[in-house]
Write a protein that binds this ligand. Structure first.
Ligand code: ADP
Ligand code: MG
Length: 840
């Protein structure tokens, strides 16, 4: 690739397109697309479909091509449902991936715009700043204070200060000073970089193999259900043999070949009924749909397992500034030690960045403007040097040639600034009182000091070597977001502890905490206390302390560790570069979409597009909803399979002939056609139950199918079995010559019961009519319910019934079936009533 020179206006859109054509996308490994054919093949290879195909094949061998053909039609129906579903989830997940993929600022057509990093082309001008992970190799065209952490490439931990290409000495080493490399991290400063190499041709790309994308791991739930499916398949295999043998013994009058085939068929019916092929589908559909719904609410899930973990969150650690508060600062109070407020404001302004992006500095400059110091006046002189702000120092300063003298303007947290001011002990007392007074109002207090060295040589090398004169104090207000108070109350009710983390001082933090109704707002751990504590002490302390003040990002890691040590499931927010390790370590790392750094976003499980605390609470609530819906769906699948499996097992054992069975393979498939959409559409859409935020967080160790759900499912399934199979068996006894009628009664009962079951099981507390009411407006719900009924009518009352070996029911027979179906499910409402009245 030759080096391009790009005009300051950047590439044109057309040039960019052409270059993308020429060089491809900026990605390490081109994305593979699974072909449609591949997908279908993948689905057909599932054990369930193999069984179906074997059954269809046997029909053909048996000389019943009509039955075989019907089976095949159904199989195609189920495959289509599955393919559509998979296509939809894939699309959803890809859209989510695109949304959370890294972006970069470039200049194109003379304008600044943000594009996806994969769309960078050689020659692009990209702009980087603190916290950006550089997405391509390029030459530094313009830079100020640019420091890059290149350890991912060179292993060198020390940051590298970059210079522009015209200042470089040509005999430099392999790693150039005027060049930025993909995969490295901007830790300070800003720069404009002209992209030189992209994708696999970058230095990072050349390392090759070890940076290949990690494959998607199955989520814990997927693993759990995986073993559940295996268990069921094992049981199915055993019962398959049992039913096969029993059927064989039952029909001694058939020819050997027929006998064998009928036995296999009976066995297959049972095996089909036993394999819970829906489980894996439920998980992928529910989790990805859940993530999609969250994305629409400004909460971007980067890792699918996060959706299930969310429901178990028990501690929410959040940054105060910007998440709990609005991050809209205003200067509310100024106090000059010598009464000279003008001087205080001028020094404060001089101490700000010339291109301030920090909301606090912006507020300060706005205030300066208001009292008559324009930016032109403040920054009209010459900036000699600056003392950079660091989290450890918590102060910063600028040295200006201003109005024909040298002035050092410094500002920062009062504790730190006061250590470099020369104050008498009486003055110190006055200042301390003032600081407390301002802090108690919830203001962030900043101290401002100045120094006027006579010559440049007298400028101290470090800010800590300065001898400042204190000008005064500034009190900045950053009001809490309006909804926060409600949200905190909601969390408290839901058994979730909210922990506030802030760089501000303890008094300010406590005052804000009190304002928003945080419990225990006067227990505080400061950064210094944290440094002096052992990990064990911290574990003990965090049990009742919820405010951490004057902390630096590095402390967050210890805080997360302490909570996790105590068995809590921790969600932690972060925006800075240094927050990344804590975000990774937390169960749910939450990055800020607006003000967060690229690195923190990459480390996070969740990106909060609006940086709002309420969104976190909503996300946790929705995580709980998704999890309970998965539980409901799994319970439902369990329940509905019990009558099907038991019927397939018991009929042969009772000596019913192969032609008179309640369910032939055909009917099992037909039922699957209803069960599938019921699960993945109806149950997935279930809104949260009203008390979802009044329960304690779920125990993370709890199994998906816990004892109470299992018990409930088995009870419901057995009753349903008794009702459907009992009716079938009774009608068959009355009309042995008309097995179709008996079968239709049993079959209709299962189908109708399915409708009731969804309503009854949509809550463990609310009654079915309440959940009906909630869903009355949901068109999709109605479509599925009415679809089931229409489907039932079609298979009963059109000529189709002969193909399906069913018989039309009379009106009274239909209503008897309807009534039995109702009773066989609605009895559970009485259980709810009892539970409600006796609080069990
Ligand atoms: P938070 O995590 O609450 O946003 P920060 O870590 O940003 O807090 O800031 C911690 C403290 O550092 C502030 O309370 C303030 O005293 C000081 N500080 C932050 N930014 C600046 C700045 N630009 N100039 C001077 N002091 C600052
Ligand atoms: Mg801050």
């Amino acid at each position: 690739m030759k080096e391009y020179t790009t005009s300051p206006a950047g590439l044109t859109t057309l040039e960019a397109l052409q270059r993308q054509e020429q060089f491809g996308k900026n990605e390490l490994t081109p994305q593979k697309k699974e072909s449609f054919f591949h997908k279908v093949l993948h689905i057909i290879c599932e054990p369930m479909f193999l069984l179906l195909l074997v059954a269809a094949g046997i029909y053909f061998i048996l000389g019943e091509p009509r039955d075989g053909a019907i089976m095949l039609v159904f199989v195609i129906g189920i495959i289509s449902i599955d393919v559509i579903q998979e296509w939809k989830t894939d699309k959803t997940l890809n859209a989510l991936k695109d949304l959370s993929a890294p972006h970069v600022k470039v200049i194109r057509d003379g304008q600044e715009l943000t594009i996806a990093s994969v769309d960078l082309v050689p020659g692009d001008l990209m702009m980087v700043y603190e916290g950006v992970k550089i997405p391509a190799d390029g030459i530094v065209i313009k830079c100020s204070d640019l420091c890059v952490d290149e350890s991912s490439l060179t292993g060198e931990a020390e940051g590298v200060w970059k210079i522009t290409t015209e200042n470089v000495d040509p005999s430099s080493d392999y790693w150039r000073k005027d060049y930025c490399y993909a995969g490295t991290l901007v830790t300070q400063g800003t720069a404009t970089i002209q992209v030189d190499k992209i994708g696999a041709t970058t230095e990072y790309g050349k390392i090759g193999t070890n940076v290949a994308a990690a494959p998607d791991e199955p989520t814990p739930l997927q693993k759990q259900t995986g073993s559940l499916v295996k268990l069921c398949a094992g049981i199915a295999a055993v019962l398959f043999a049992l039913v096969g043998v029993v059927t064989y013994i039952n029909i001694p009058d058939h020819a050997f070949g027929d006998r064998l085939i009928e036995s296999i068929l009976a066995g297959i019916t049972l095996a089909m009924a036993m394999i819970p092929e829906e489980f894996p589908v439920i998980l992928t559909v529910f989790l990805s749909m859940g993530a999609w719904r969250l994305a629409k609410k400004q909460s971007l899930v980067r890792k699918l397992p996060a959706v299930e973990t969310l429901g178990a969150v028990s501690v929410l650690c959040v940054d105060k500034t910007g998440t709990i508060t609005m991050n809209q600062m205003t200067v509310q109070d100024t106090w000059a030690i010598d009464g000279n407020v003008d001087n205080l404001c001028e020094v404060m302004g001089l101490g700000c960045e010339t291109d301030a992006y920090d909301p606090m500095e912006k507020a300060m400059l706005t205030h300066c403007e208001k009292v008559g110091f324009s930016k032109e006046h403040l920054f009209g002189g010459q900036l000699i040097t600056e003392y950079a702000f660091t989290n450890e120092l918590k102060m910063m300063g600028h040295v200006w040639y201003h109005d024909a003298e040298i002035i050092i303007a410094a500002k920062g947290s009062p504790e730190r600034i006061l250590t470099i001011c020369d104050l008498s002990s009486e003055e110190l007392l006055v200042v301390d009182n003032k600081i407390r007074e301002m802090s108690e109002q919830g203001l962030r207090v900043i101290a401002v000091g100045s120094m006027k060295p006579a010559t440049e040589a007298e400028i101290p090398p470090e800010i800590t070597d300065c001898q400042l004169t204190l000008c005064g104090l500034i009190g900045l207000a950053d009001p809490p977001r309006e909804s926060v108070k409600n949200d905190i109350a909601l969390c408290t009710k839901a058994g979730i502890r909210v922990v506030m983390i802030t760089g501000d001082n303890g008094i300010t933090a406590a005052s804000i905490a009190k304002k928003i109704g945080m419990p225990n707002s006067d227990h505080i751990i400061t950064g210094d206390m944290l440094n002096d504590m052992t990990d064990e002490e911290l574990c003990e302390k965090v049990k009742d302390v919820s405010i951490f003040s004057r902390v630096v990002p590095e402390h967050k890691m210890r805080i997360v560790k302490a909570f996790k040590e105590n068995g809590e499931i921790v969600a932690m927010t972060g925006d800075g570069v240094n927050d990344a390790p804590a975000l990774k370590y937390a169960d749910i790392g939450i990055a800020m979409g607006k003000r967060g750094s690229e690195v923190s976003r990459e480390a996070a499980d969740l990106i909060l597009m609006d940086d709002n605390f309420s969104t976190i609470v909503y996300t946790v609530r929705d995580g709980r909803r998704v999890y309970t819906n998965i539980q409901k769906a799994v319970g439902y699948v369990f329940t509905i399979h019990i009558p099907i499996a038991l019927a397939a097992l018991l009929a042969p054992l009772l000596g019913v002939g192969p032609g008179s069975l309640l369910l032939l393979p055909l009917h099992v498939v037909l039922l699957e056609l209803i069960i599938d959409p019921t699960c993945s559409i109806v149950l997935e859409r279930q809104p949260a139950e009203s008390d979802i935020m009044e329960r304690k967080p779920r125990d993370p160790k709890e199994k998906l199918l816990n004892a109470s759900i299992l018990l409930k499912s088995i009870a419901q399934g057995l009753v349903l079995f008794a009702a459907s199979f009992g009716t079938y068996y009774y009608v068959l006894g009355q009309n042995p010559e008309n097995p179709e009628l008996a079968r239709t009664m049993g079959f209709a009962i299962i189908m109708l019961a399915n409708l009731f079951l969804v309503q009854v099981n949509s809550s463990d507390h609310d009654f079915a009519f309440q959940s009906m009411k909630r869903l009355a407006k949901d068109k999709v719900m109605w479509a599925v319910n009415i679809g089931t009924l229409v489907g039932l009518f079609i298979i009963l009352y059109t000529p189709l019934n002969a193909f399906l070996k069913l018989a039309p029911l009379t009106v009274s027979q239909f209503f008897i079936a309807f009534g039995i179906a109702g009773v066989s499910v609605l009895w559970y409402e009485i259980v709810k009533l009892i539970k409600k009245n006796y609080h069990v």
